[in-house]
Write a protein that binds this ligand. Structure first.
Ligand code: C2O
Ligand code: CU
Length: 469
């Protein structure tokens, strides 16, 4: 299998993961305060080549990992030192609508030089992330993302709690982020797939482990478009949470951990290798493009005895259980893209054919509507406190990770088959032509984005607003 770091042949440091550092954090009576500065900085440090200019929170990519305890109040002051407006969205966090960070919908953009204070309670434990929601395709791609970890009162006992933020970058021969943002080809196909893979902002070829240790590994996919399907050779990772929400611990299907853009997956991995061994972590999602992300590299010298306790499930978060007997259903059809069936759709109220859509930088529709960013009429109006079932159908030739803000939903069925774990998710990957049913209680009032997290698809029209009132 190819060992691929593309343009950047890696000279990776032994200890991966310059542990994602923390900003100045103060705790006053259960309030955790952080300051984030959106500013020019660098990414892809540690490649042995010059780092590339990036847009960052605090100077490096990813931004600082914010860690709080479940139940804490979180206050984050964001200062914009970029030359362009921005906002910060707290992906997966069930917070008040005004704190959701969607420009024009929930707040005015934070102008250059200006500040905005986000404040919310961390009601759910788990792995979350924050990112710009202003011209997302460009701003995330340039590096505006970081993680938010909400610690459980009773976490799974492990020896190390590690976060891997996965991303890919499209780097030019000159060693810069390619400026090909918004090109129609990416938008109408799989999105902006990069040529340089990073873990925690740098190209890595190994991750150091000690024989016998038990790891909690929090995977976060911050890429614009690339879906990861990781396989840990010689190891049997157990999935303990998806999108921050606990799930019955289980081995992933086929030993492959699929993490689409926006998604998170928490794993527990027992380091069952022997001192000095190396085991590949492969990405096998795209069958014709498999490669080795990096190796688990065992330190030499004696390891630990190893933990043998069976894994217990994490306690669930306080999510309202859908009342399926008293639910209202809505059909949602995703259409468009190349090799699809979409002949025409409504853009700004006008029936427009595919050629006309492409001319205007669009290619995707939800229930026949193509979103334009200045057009934010709700596609669904839901009543506060009621249960809704969304029957979604991907009528396209492409994968789409579909994200709903402000809520988590249970995934009930895929192509008519009940899911094994009825997992809670906030970002749900749909395969081409797949039908998926999810259910949730609309318990959070406000106007919430509902969109594909392949950011080029989102900008290309695959976006809508769900109003809860
Ligand atoms: Cu992760 Cu609407 O976003
Ligand atoms: Cu999509």
């Amino acid at each position: 299998m190819d060992r691929r770091s593309f343009l950047f042949r890696s000279i990776a440091p032994l200890a991966l993961a310059a542990p994602v550092g923390c900003t100045t954090a103060v705790r006053t009576r259960g309030v955790r305060e952080f300051k984030l500065v959106a500013m020019a900085g660098q990414a892809l440090t540690d490649t042995g080549k010059p780092a590339i200019p990036a847009w960052t929170y605090g100077g490096s990519v990813p931004g600082p990992q914010l860690r709080v305890r479940q139940g804490d109040r979180v206050r984050v002051e964001v200062t914009n030192r970029l030359q362009v407006p921005t906002t910060v969205h707290w992906h997966g966090v069930r917070l008040p609508n005004a704190m959701d960070g969607v420009p024009h919908l929930t707040q005015a953009p934070i102008e250059p030089g200006a500040r905005f204070v986000y404040e919310f309670d961390a009601v759910d434990a788990g792995t979350y992330w924050y990112h710009s929601h202003f011209q997302s395709s460009e701003q995330l791609d340039r590096g505006l993302y970081g993680t938010l970890v909400v610690e459980e009162p009773r976490p799974v006992p492990v020896d190390r709690d590690v976060t891997w933020v996965l991303d890919d970058w499209r780097i030019t021969a000159a060693g810069l982020v390619s400026e090909s943002f918004g090109n129609t080809h990416d938008m109408a196909h799989a999105g902006r797939i990069g040529n340089t893979l990073t873990v925690n902002g740098s190209v890595q070829d190994r991750f150091a482990v000690c024989a016998g240790e038990r790891l909690r590994l929090r995977l976060v996919n911050a890429a614009n478009a690339r879906i990861f399907g990781l396989r840990f050779q010689g190891h049997r990772p157990m999935v303990i949470a998806i999108d921050g929400q606990p799930v019955q611990p289980h081995e992933p299907e086929g030993g492959r951990i699929v993490v689409a853009p926006g998604m998170r997956c928490d794993l527990v991995i027992d380091a069952v290798g022997r001192p000095g061994e190396r085991h590949e972590v492969q990405d096998v999602f795209y069958p014709r493009e498999q490669y080795v992300l990096m190796d688990l590299a065992y330190a030499s010298g004696a390891g630990a005895a190893g933990r043998t306790q069976p894994l217990a499930a994490l306690a669930g978060n306080p999510l309202p259980e859908p009342d399926l007997k008293d639910a209202t259903s809505h059909e949602i059809v995703f259409g468009g893209g190349m090799m699809g069936n979409l002949h025409q759709a409504l853009l700004d109220g006008k029936p427009t054919d595919m050629r006309g859509l492409l001319r205007q930088g669009k290619a995707w529709a939800i229930n026949g509507h193509v979103s334009a960013s200045h057009h934010m009429d709700p596609m669904l109006r839901l009543r506060l406190g009621r249960t809704y079932v969304l029957r979604m159908h991907n009528d396209t030739a492409w994968h789409h990770p579909i994200h709903l803000h402000g809520h988590a939903f249970r995934v009930l069925r895929r192509n008519g088959q009940p899911t094994r774990h009825r997992e809670w998710q906030d970002t749900m990957l749909m395969s081409p032509r797949e039908a998926v049913e999810v259910a949730f209680v609309a318990d959070n009032p406000g106007s919430w984005m509902f969109h594909c997290h392949i950011l080029e698809h989102q900008e290309g029209g695959m976006m809508g607003v769900v109003e809860v009132a």
